[in-house]
Write a protein of this length. Structure first.
Length: 151
């Protein structure tokens, strides 16, 4: 079990999305984009998944996961590796659902503001069309990898 310092926590909280990697039944990596709902200093990370698709199937067979985020401008990034536990839809915590809704609303607001200021983006605001979360991925971080080169 790995504790997360405030720098790592804030880095992940400020990401619009992260890349989640799982292993499929052929031993091949599968990557998908997910949003972190909550991240705690004790190494717990919570992600809501909107679909029962490949990530779900992979985690049911192999609970190993990695979560990666990078900030190209700051030349900084981390990969969190750990083990998951899946929490089904009927047992989802209402607070986490509200936190997810707040993050989606914030993303939508930022996209609208950027579009108004003339920055080209996705015209349809895809956040509006997202389904309700199907299950929660609860990860316990076992290793933190600093992706910045040590010069």
């Amino acid at each position: 079990m790995e504790k997360l310092n405030s720098d790592v926590i804030h880095f992940f909280q400020n990401q619009g999305f992260v890349i989640v990697s799982t292993i499929d039944d052929k031993g091949m990596p599968h990557n998908s984009c997910k949003g972190i709902v909550e991240i705690k200093s004790n190494g717990e990370v919570f992600l809501l998944d909107l679909y029962h698709s490949k990530t779900y199937a992979n985690l049911n067979k192999n609970p190993s996961i990695s979560i990666t985020a990078v900030d190209e401008h700051k030349f900084k990034g981390y990969c969190l590796k750990g083990i998951t536990r899946l929490i089904k839809g009927d047992k989802l915590d209402n607070e986490l659902i509200r936190a997810w809704e707040d993050r989606i609303t914030s993303r939508l607001t930022q996209r609208v503001l950027k579009n108004i200021s003339g920055q080209k983006g996705h015209a349809r605001h895809p956040e509006i069309m997202l389904p309700e979360p199907k299950y929660l991925i609860q990860m316990q971080v076992e290793e933190i990898v600093d992706l910045a080169p040590h010069l």
